[in-house]
Design a protein around this ligand. Structure first.
Ligand code: ZN
Length: 426
C-alpha cells in the first residue's frame, strides 16, 4: 500500500503486512462542538485503520484530545477545565454517531504532563531549549532540519501561530523560538508544578509527548489537517527529532473543508458542527460525502453537495432492494484503496456493483453496512403513513403535508410510489 507523504512530497510504500502500522493523528482542541471539518481526520484515520486491518496489518491508532490550550482558556476564562471536560464529551458523542468505532487510544494532554516535563528537560539538557521568566522556549536555530516538512523556516512574515499568539516574545532569544512551557497567568484555572515553576505545556510539545508515550520513539504514520503542517507539526519534529527520537516516518495531511454557497451560510452559520450535519443530512450522507474526494484534496461543503451525497446513499439502498447479481472485482476496489487510499475511485466502482454480499462487505469498511439493511419502520410511523395515504385519497393535501412532517420528525421519509408509499430512514 502506498500513501502520499508530505515530508518527501511523494507516495511512499508502507512496510508489508502485518506491519505493524502505528499511527498518530492530531485530534481536536476541545472548547466547542466540533466542526464537520474536524471530523475529516477522524473519519480518514478510522477508515485507514479498518482497511489496514482488513489487509492483514496490525494497526494502532492514537488520536489525542487537546484539553490544555490558549483557545480553551480564552473561551472560558476561569473555568477552562470544566469547558474542556464538557467539550471532550461532546467530541466523543458526536464522532460516536459516525458509527466507525474509536481509535485505540485517545490521550489527553492534561493526563500526560509528567512525560511532557521530562521531554522539555531533555531538550534543555541538549541545549535545544532554555528557560526564561517561568516559560521555556525551543531554540529553533539549533535544529538544522527545521522547515523540512513545511518548506518554511519560521523567520518570514508569514510566521503566524494562531493558537500560540500570546507568547511573550520579549522573553525569546529569537522571534522564531516557540514555547514549550508557559508560566501560569492570573485567571488561568489550571496549572501544574514544574522545575520552572507553576505553569502548563505549550500545544506542540503535548503531541510529541503523547505520541511517544503510546507509540514509542518511532512510528509509521503521523496525520492531521493540512493547517497543522506549520507550525504545529514542524515544531513536533523539532522537539522529538531534536531529542534524538526517529519520530514519524510518513506524514499524512488531509485537505480542508470550505463552506460554499450563500444558502448554507445563511441557514447554518459559518460553522457547521458535525452534530448539526448529522442531524440535517443523516450519518450515511455525511460519511459518503467524505468518500467523494481524495483525502488530500480540499472539499467544498454546501447544501447541494450534501443533497447529492444523500441521493447517492439512496442509490445504494435501492441496489439492495433489487435482486443481487454477481458483479464487480474486489481486486479493483483493493487496488484503488492501496494506491494512496483513493476513495472516490473506490466509490465509483461500488456504484457499479450489484452483488449484495460483496457490496455490503465493501460498504462496511466505510461504516455504511447499514445501507444494506431495510429496517422496518416502527408501528407509529406506519400508522402516520397510513393516515397520510388516506388524506391523499380525500385530496386533503394540507393534512397530508403535516403528516409528512410528523413522519420526518421521527426520522423517516415517506415516498409516494405506484401502489402506495415507501418508508425510508432519513
Ligand atoms: Zn498535534
Amino acid at each position: 500500500m502506498r500513501l502520499y507523504d508530505t515530508l518527501t512530497r511523494r507516495k511512499q510504500e508502507l512496510p508489508p503486512p502485518p506491519g505493524p502500522i502505528r499511527m498518530y493523528f492530531c485530534g481536536p482542541t476541545v472548547y466547542q462542538r466540533i466542526h464537520i471539518g474536524n471530523a475529516r481526520p477522524f473519519v480518514i484515520s478510522m477508515w485507514l485503520k479498518r482497511w489496514l486491518e482488513r489487509s492483514g496489518y496490525r494497526a494502532t491508532l492514537v488520536e489525542n484530545i487537546t484539553d490544555i490550550n490558549d483557545k480553551i482558556y480564552n473561551a472560558a476564562p476561569g473555568r477552562s477545565a470544566e469547558l474542556a471536560a464538557q467539550a471532550s464529551h461532546w467530541y466523543v458523542e458526536d464522532t460516536d454517531r459516525l458509527g466507525l468505532g474509536r481509535p485505540d487510544h485517545e490521550p489527553k494532554a492534561s493526563e500526560t504532563v509528567p512525560g511532557i516535563v521530562a521531554l522539555i528537560e531533555e531538550l534543555i539538557a541538549r541545549g535545544l531549549a532554555y528557560a526564561a521568566g517561568g516559560d521555556v522556549y525551543y531554540r529553533v536555530d539549533r535544529f538544522s532540519e527545521y522547515g523540512a516538512l513545511s518548506g518554511r523556516e519560521g523567520n518570514d512574515d508569514s510566521y503566524r501561530n494562531p493558537s500560540e499568539e500570546e507568547e511573550q516574545s520579549s522573553l525569546k532569544e529569537n522571534p522564531r523560538d516557540f514555547a514549550l512551557w508557559k508560566a501560569h497567568k492570573e485567571g488561568e484555572d489550571t496549572w501544574w508544578e514544574s522545575p520552572w515553576g507553576r505553569g502548563r505545556p505549550g500545544w506542540h510539545i503535548e503531541c510529541s509527548a503523547m505520541a511517544e508515550k503510546l507509540l514509542g520513539p518511532a512510528f509509521e504514520i503521523h496525520g492531521g489537517g493540512l493547517d497543522l503542517v506549520f507550525p504545529h507539526h514542524e515544531n513536533e519534529i523539532a522537539q522529538s527529532r531534536g531529542a534524538g527520537r526517529e519520530f514519524a516516518r510518513l506524514w499524512m495531511h488531509n485537505g480542508m473543508l470550505q463552506l460554499a454557497g450563500e444558502k448554507m451560510s445563511k441557514s447554518l452559520g459559518n460553522i457547521v458542527s458535525l452534530q448539526a450535519a448529522i442531524e440535517r443530512w443523516g450519518r450515511e450522507a455525511v460519511i459518503l460525502y467524505f468518500m467523494t474526494a481524495r483525502w488530500r484534496a480540499p472539499m467544498d461543503l454546501s447544501d447541494d453537495v450534501m443533497e447529492q451525497a444523500r441521493a447517492e446513499v439512496e442509490t445504494f439502498r435501492n441496489v439492495f432492494r433489487a435482486p443481487s447479481e454477481p458483479h464487480g472485482d474486489w481486486r479493483d476496489f483493493a487496488a484503488a484503496l492501496d494506491d494512496d487510499f483513493n476513495t472516490p475511485e473506490a466509490l465509483a466502482l461500488l456504484h457499479r456493483w450489484r452483488d449484495h454480499d460483496q457490496l455490503r462487505d465493501a460498504l462496511d469498511l466505510f461504516g455504511l453496512a447499514s445501507l444494506a439493511e431495510d429496517k422496518p419502520a416502527p408501528a407509529d410511523v406506519i400508522q402516520l403513513a397510513e393516515q397520510r395515504r388516506q388524506a391523499r385519497v380525500r385530496r386533503e393535501y394540507g393534512e397530508s403535508d403535516a403528516l409528512r412532517e410528523a413522519i420526518e420528525a421521527q426520522g423517516w421519509e415517506v415516498r409516494d410510489v405506484e401502489d402506495g408509499y415507501q418508508l425510508v430512514p432519513k
